[in-house]
Design a protein around this ligand. Structure first.
Ligand SMILES: [Zn+2]
Length: 109
């Protein structure tokens, strides 16, 4: 399990090629929902301990409707890094990269 995109309000969790977004905080754990929740109607979720900055893996349901994809995780990390860079610069090359990556991502959904 790896915490990524730490610059966001809520980080994301990468696990076995799946990406999870913060969903809600329950009494004993944090619930993270699969990033394919809306696009693929995937209901898989992951539970961690309550510390958002250093969550400890508790469990994951295995009712996947799709395969994990490490490349998708890598692409998400790179995309996030470029988004951050683009915020700090008016570098048009940077914005062009962003456009290309986004296009690539969208065409594989
Ligand atoms: Zn899923």
């Amino acid at each position: 399990m790896e915490l990524i995109n730490l610059n966001k309000k809520y980080p994301q969790v990468a696990y076995l090629g799946f990406l999870f977004n913060f969903h809600k905080e329950c009494s004993n754990f944090i619930c993270w929902r699969c990033s394919k929740n809306s696009s693929m109607k995937c209901l898989c979720f992951l539970k961690t301990s309550l510390n958002i900055n250093n969550p400890i893996f508790i469990s994951v349901n295995n009712d996947y409707v799709h395969q994990g994809n490490e490349n998708f995780i890598s692409a998400t990390k790179i995309k996030n890094a470029i988004v951050e860079k683009a915020k700090l610069t008016s570098n048009s090359l940077c914005i062009m990269y962003l456009y290309i990556i986004d296009f690539d991502y969208c065409s594989h959904k």
